[in-house]
Design a protein around this ligand. Structure first.
Ligand SMILES: Nc1nc2c(ncn2[C@@H]2O[C@H](COP(=O)(O)OP(=O)(O)OP(=O)(O)O)[C@@H](O)[C@H]2O)c(=O)[nH]1
Ligand SMILES: [Mg+2]
Length: 419
């Protein structure tokens, strides 16, 4: 249903495991350690594709998983790293972490990228663990696990010019006439349910991106009609074309209504340059009304043009006029609603809790280290124990009163406490 919001689940690839292996050659004494490193797991990356203008694709697919890195091999051979998984999004996509609500990024420029889940690094093979005292290390690291997260995507169209007005005014007709877009047009209100983008190429150097915004009515800023979901698309446009329905009983009251709805939603919209387009001038009734409407608008300080999307009267002029205003219009101010980027939690932080089954230790660094340990190799386990000591988990458990034989859960791993 919604094309401008989506929820997706992403998971990066796990790193490949490092290998425990010793060099072997015919007729030669046993060689040193030569277990290769695991390859890196694939990242999940969002990338702007300027040809997209909706989040519609995510209706059909919402789960994205990058591949895992390959395991290291003998002869110091590194495992193959996995390819990154690239997900294309339209320009103007805001990315939020669904759980924390944090804004992770705002993708606007062509080909701009954001890594949303970093692939795990490959585990090191035993070639790295030889020391002067230990020439035959029977240990290696397992690959680092990938990251999983749920993201909320929100699209803010990036159009230069927003076409606004009451339902049925002829906004979509104008977009269809002036650009490459083919929006639905019909003689009833709320034909357009979501903004359409169109590109008008006026000449080689002058290209306008126009957004046809669904019809606005009184109370739109409070969610009436199609609501404010689409008002926010107007925020990023720089110039507005306000289409008046020439057939309306009172085009001027329509005009002020829409303006106040926009201002109630965001005061700054009022500052955007606005061109008024009095539409349906092919009809005699409408032509009769034009002189008085024009006068009243001019008294209010607005420049108005009379157009017809049927005969195309003044449509090109209108777009050229918009292009001229665009040159002077300032870049829209950066979102005032952007939340602050929060610093990530200290990865070495951990918590300890006691349950019926035993002690539960939770923390990013310690859980990762557990996942990267080969529990079948004593030396790997010792290394893990040193880490427990270094980041203070061991001391904290002792202070809490851990005893010989107690169960200690580190993430998914169960250990038995031994002094
Ligand atoms: N005679 C005449 N009819 C027009 C003109 N422009 C649009 N219309 C008609 O007005 C009706 C509404 O046109 P749309 O372009 O769908 O209007 P809209 O503003 O996009 O309407 P919503 O999407 O419902 O907000 C359609 O029946 C169009 O054919 C015009 O210049 N002259
Ligand atoms: Mg429409």
């Amino acid at each position: 249903m919604y094309f401008d919001e989506a929820e997706i689940y992403v998971e990066s690839g796990q790193g490949g495991d490092g290998m425990v292996h010793f060099h072997r050659e015919k007729y030669k004494p046993r060689g040193g350690p030569d277990g290769g490193d695991g390859g890196r797991g694939g990242d999940v990356i969002l990338e702007v594709n300027p040809n997209l203008n909706t989040l519609f694709n995510f209706q059909h697919r919402s789960k994205y998983q990058a591949e895992d890195g390959k395991m290291g091999g003998p002869n110091n051979m590194s495992g193959k790293s996995a390819k990154d998984l690239i997900i294309e999004v339209p320009p103007g996509t805001l990315i939020y972490d669904q759980v924390s609500g944090d804004l992770l990024g705002d993708l606007k420029e062509d080909d701009q990228q954001l890594v949303v889940a970093k692939g795990g690094r490959g585990g090191r093979g035993n070639q790295h663990f030889a020391t002067s005292r230990n020439q035959t290390p029977r240990m290696a690291e397992r690959g680092e696990p990938g990251e999983a997260r749920t993201l909320r995507l929100e699209l803010k169209l990036i159009a230069d010019v927003g076409i606004v007005g009451v339902p049925n005014a002829g906004k979509s007709s104008l977009l269809a006439m002036g650009t490459n877009a083919k929006p639905k047009i019909a003689n009833y209100p709320f034909t357009t349910l979501s903004p359409n983008l169109g590109v008008a190429k006026l000449d080689v150097d002058t290209v306008l991106v126009l957004a046809d915004i669904p019809g606005l009515i009184e109370g739109a800023h409070e969610g009436v009609g199609l609501g404010f979901a689409f008002l926010r698309h107007i925020q990023r446009t720089r110039v507005l074309i306000h289409v008046l329905d020439g057939l309306s009983e009172d085009p001027l009251s329509d005009f002020s209504q829409i303006n106040s709805e926009m201002a109630l939603f965001d005061e700054k919209i009022r500052e955007k340059p606005q061109i008024v387009a009095f539409n349906k001038m092919d009809l005699p009734d409408v032509q009769d009304k034009w002189p008085s409407v024009r006068q009243e608008l001019s008294d209010l300080g607005y420049e108005a043009m009379a157009i017809s999307t049927v005969t195309k009267e003044n449509v090109k002029n209108l777009l050229w006029h918009a292009a001229a205003l665009l040159k002077e219009a300032p870049e829209p101010a950066i979102e005032e609603t952007l939340p602050v980027y929060k610093a990530a939690e200290d990865p070495k932080a951990f918590t300890i809790s006691r349950t019926e089954d035993g002690w539960v230790v939770r923390g990013e660094a310690i859980e990762r280290a557990a996942a990267m340990t080969y529990w079948e190799h004593r030396e790997s386990v010792r290394r893990f124990q040193r880490l427990m000591e270094n980041i203070g988990v061991e001391e904290a458990l002792r202070e809490e009163g851990v005893e010989e034989g107690d169960n200690v859960f580190i993430g998914e791993y169960l250990l038995e406490w031994q002094e």
